[in-house]
Design a protein around this ligand. Sequence first.
Ligand SMILES: Cc1cc2nc3c(=O)[nH]c(=O)nc-3n(C[C@H](O)[C@H](O)[C@H](O)COP(=O)(O)O)c2cc1C
Length: 149
Amino acid sequence: MKTALLVESLTGNTWKAAEMIADKLAQEHWTITGVSKVRQPDLASIQAAELVLVGTWTHGLFVVGQAPWAAATISNLPAMRNKHSAVFMTYALDAGKSLDKLTGAVGATGADVIGGLLIKRNHLEAHTDAFVDRLIAAVADLGETARTP
Ligand SMILES: Cc1cc2nc3c(=O)[nH]c(=O)nc-3n(C[C@H](O)[C@H](O)[C@H](O)COP(=O)(O)O)c2cc1C
């Protein structure tokens, strides 16, 4: 599966998660077309991809008001109507409903969002493993659906 990653990161956790996800997918023989910043998206890598992964981090007051950072920028990414997408978001304590908000922001680009996962910043290894496992299963389901008449 040709996959591009778009990432927003302030202190590096989400970027690190994205690199771990890219490495794990490459080990599964997926083609990573590029890893770039949400604010400077590599358009060629998006164009070449069938699947675009979008990652950002949780911003809020830790118990209320959580939202995906850069949600407006994400919803204004280039149109991705012919792409599948999945989202991930790092957080420290409590992400509230921000994963749903991120799903909505990516959906606004026209992409078909097939899933998403929260990644706790002190569990990057385990949670990126879980994200990759679920992604592989979700993409296999897409293939099944495509083959079902
Ligand atoms: C200003 C600010 C607000 C934050 N608000 C929340 C929050 O409401 N809930 C939470 O779980 N984590 C919150 N965090 C923690 C970040 O989501 C977490 O550290 C994340 O991994 C940062 O990603 P980054 O290193 O890619 O920038 C906040 C961090 C900052 C700097």
